[in-house]
Design a protein around this ligand. Structure first.
Ligand SMILES: [Zn+2]
Length: 316
């Protein structure tokens, strides 16, 4: 297993770095406190260590002390063909395997659903039941989750604009957009499921995108912008100040350049959703082909670029 980075982001608190709009380099770690395979953001006052663990695709466990936030926790990884030459198999059956999820997921206070697709949603009902976490999503996401028998009393409907304080962290919700591409600027399985709960999804085509949300998690004094695809809403994110962006490759040409020009200068971008998820989670991630372009855009914007291996963590 390779490890992404080992470094120290020196200087002021992360919040101050963000506010100053200064991209600060990550330097080789000499710190005895840096565990192998982890980067450390040197904490100023008000900062506590925040550990981000990558479970592939856009599944992140963000932990600070006893607080745990999960983004699109999908770990079961059934075969889809998404990044294979034959393309996505629309008839692939949705499955969620507790035996796989239980290897990794132990606790969660909040689960952030970014969009409804098959590589984001299917394990959420089981994880919600197991952890008793509050699940955020829009009307379609929650209706799809209800149809997959998620615990209804834990679901919280959001649209973008919400500011949601928890005892040890805060969730802000932003309108967002799914990435699109090709000659007709399309994305897979568009559609919504408002109103009544739809029939139980059986195949991956039944899990429609349903609108896309972005979230800022403020935890341990760190502000993390979580984007589940390369798409974003330039109005919603205009001049937003964050310390870290979880950014996905792909999408229209130049989309990441536009994202980083829309935000206030951000010190650190961590790649997300860059692995071919037909490949196993317990093996090193296989780049589906978008990583180099993502990295080039991040470096051109003056931000540090980091990637984390499957099941590895970065501590900031
Ligand atoms: Zn998607």
């Amino acid at each position: 297993m390779t490890v992404s980075r080992r470094g120290v982001l020196k200087g002021a608190t992360a919040a101050a770095v963000g506010a100053a709009g200064t991209a600060v380099g990550m330097h080789a770690a000499n710190s005895a406190t840096a565990s192998p395979g982890q980067a450390v953001l040197t904490a100023g006052s008000g900062r506590q260590p925040v550990e981000l663990t990558w479970w592939g695709n856009h599944a992140w466990q963000i932990r600070c002390g006893e607080s745990v936030v999960l983004t699109d926790p999908w770990l079961t990884r059934f075969r889809t063909g998404t990044y294979k030459p034959e393309g996505v198999d629309e008839s692939a059956r949705i499955v969620s395997k507790p035996s796989i999820v239980d290897k990794y997921v132990t606790k969660a206070d909040a689960i952030l659903v970014h969009h409804g697709h098959y590589d984001h949603l299917p394990d959420v009902p089981y994880i919600a039941r197991k952890t008793k976490a509050t699940v955020f999503g829009n009307e379609t996401h929650l209706n799809l989750l209800r149809s997959l028998r998620a615990p209804a009393d834990q679901l919280s409907q959001v649209v973008g604009g919400e500011y949601l304080p928890f005892p040890k962290f805060t969730i802000e919700v932003f309108r967002s957009l799914h990435s699109c591409g090709g000659a007709r600027h399309q994305f897979a399985f568009p559609g919504t499921r408002p109103g009544a709960v739809p029939p139980t999804p059986r195949t991956i085509a039944d899990l429609v995108e349903g609108g896309t949300l972005a979230y800022v998690i403020t935890i341990g004094g760190l502000r993390i912008l979580s984007l589940s695809t390369a798409g974003f809403d330039p109005i919603a994110l205009k001049d937003l100040e964050v310390d870290v962006v979880l950014a996905a490759p792909g999408g229209e040409p130049g989309v990441t350049d536009r994202l980083l020009a829309t935000l206030k200068p951000v010190p650190l971008v961590i790649a997300t959703h860059w692995d071919d998820f037909d490949e196993p989670l317990d093996r090193p991630a296989v780049d589906w082909g978008g990583l180099a372009k993502l990295q080039a855009s991040v470096v051109a914007a003056g931000a540090e670029f980091a990637k984390v291996e499957h099941l590895q963590s970065i501590t900031l």
